[in-house]
Design a protein around this ligand. Structure first.
Ligand code: KIV
Length: 263
């Protein structure tokens, strides 16, 4: 069964929803094989696999290239392409054209857009033109320069009210679900209870309708310090390093290959 935005929306209140990022056909197929309903080709790929300092450097060509690869590896999960910085901010028309490219050229099923009430008009236009939208509010990494770094959002009652208004605006505009990043757990629960669409938390507590994590964080691949909200389900970095060192040592000593690996 192929997941659609409508089927994801219908999961609200039925069961919690798992979502994970992926960046190529291999990681996409691993997420798909695990029966995870939503796979996000996040612009986090800038830092996780492209070696950029932030995701602000990621462009449309890179996102299209990686979304195509993920879509080739996925059979059932809903493939969501993250719209990169400055691919939708300048105008509604630009947003529609670029979002359309993800569906038309890269076989994505939906796009993700950062921002609340500010993006209502764009979300409405995208959905009206046949493009399912996943909203994203709270800590929005594309605004990291004005947010002054990666900080928990919605800590004051005024900020919390603003986030609730933003969440309502995204729902009203027609998004099928909403990512809520880095807010106090109490606010995560409050917003999830107030909305009719699923709220997918990342650092937003257990009261959300689902959770999303970054593929390489969940598997402990980077060896770098991770945010508090990440749970490492494996610690692959030392295992990979150990395997690579063993390979190097065996090539240098002549222990690899043996007759077993020879024709
Ligand atoms: O880019 C990304 O991976 C994301 C998720 C962490 C929500 O936006």
């Amino acid at each position: 069964m192929k997941w659609t935005a409508t089927k994801i929306k219908a999961l609200k209140g039925e069961r919690n929803i798992a979502m994970l990022t992926a960046y190529d056909a291999l990681t996409g197929s691993l997420v798909d094989d695990a029966d995870i309903p939503m796979v996000l080709v996040g612009d986090s790929l800038g830092m996780t696999v492209l070696g950029y300092e932030t995701m602000l450097q990621v462009d449309m060509d890179e996102m299209l290239h990686h979304t195509k690869a993920v879509a080739r590896g996925v059979k059932s999960s809903l493939v969501i392409a993250d719209m990169p910085f400055m691919s939708y901010q300048p105008s509604i028309e630009m947003g529609i054209r670029n979002a359309g490219r993800f569906l038309k050229e890269a076989s994505a099923d939906a796009v993700k857009i950062e921002g609340g009430a500010l993006r209502s008009e764009l979300i409405e236009a995208l959905v009206g033109n046949g493009i399912p939208v996943l909203g994203h509010i709270g800590l929005t990494p594309q605004s990291i320069k004005v947010m002054d770094g990666y900080r928990v959002q919605g800590k004051t009652s005024e900020q919390a009210r603003q986030l609730m208004d933003d969440a309502m605006a995204v729902e009203q505009a027609g998004a099928f679900a909403l990512v809520l990043e880095c807010v106090p757990a109490k606010l995560g629960k409050l917003i999830s209870s107030a909305l009719k669409i699923p709220v997918i938390g990342i650092g937003a507590g257990a009261g959300c309708d689902g959770q999303v994590l970054v593929f390489t964080d969940l598997l402990g691949m980077s060896g770098k310090p991770l945010p508090k909200f990440v749970k490492k389900y494996a610690d692959l970095n030392p295992l990979i390093k150990e395997a690579l060192s063993a390979y190097k040592a065996e090539v240098e000593s002549g222990a690899y290959p043996t007759d077993e690996q020879s024709y």
